[in-house]
Design a protein around this ligand. Sequence first.
Ligand SMILES: CC(C)(COP(=O)(O)OP(=O)(O)OC[C@H]1O[C@@H](n2cnc3c(N)ncnc32)[C@H](O)[C@@H]1OP(=O)(O)O)[C@@H](O)C(=O)NCCC(=O)NCCS
Length: 130
Amino acid sequence: MIEKFYYQERILKEVITSDRHWGGYFVAVENDEVVGAGGGGMIAETDGELFVLYMDPNRRNEGIGTRLLDAITQQQKEEFHARKQWVSVQKGNQKGIPFYEAKGFVYEYEQPVYENQEGDYRSLRYSRFI
Ligand SMILES: CC(C)(COP(=O)(O)OP(=O)(O)OC[C@H]1O[C@@H](n2cnc3c(N)ncnc32)[C@H](O)[C@@H]1OP(=O)(O)O)[C@@H](O)C(=O)NCCC(=O)NCCS
């Protein structure tokens, strides 16, 4: 996952670009340090998706992830007219699933994480109306 999605060149490009399909990175900054980051984009006419949301592990459960999600959701609703929002979570990710369930996301279905991927990684699709 890190090799595929989070290598430096790709992140740099994603930091400076944004459009309907990738709304850009939203970051939580304290004393010039990024303590959390997230972003999403549209996957259909009125369906948005949260693609990325990570906190510094030492700064979880302080409400920062909620504020990042709120900002991304506001962008998807106001700029892109989203009515539904999706997120994929790796099966068994107990650091992510309770958060999304607390935010009103409901389990929809299970799918392989990525085609041709080795190993038994499954991802769970969740959605909520926004
Ligand atoms: C998921 C993550 C981004 C959330 O950010 P955060 O700043 O820790 O979350 P917040 O403090 O804003 O909110 C925590 C919410 O989740 C709920 N929550 C968190 N852990 C929970 C648990 N184990 N059981 C029940 N609820 C839980 C809290 O009740 C709270 O809900 P509330 O705002 O309605 O009270 C962060 O924990 C993280 O980086 N996790 C690891 C990475 C990850 O799994 N990312 C998702 C990849 S898809």
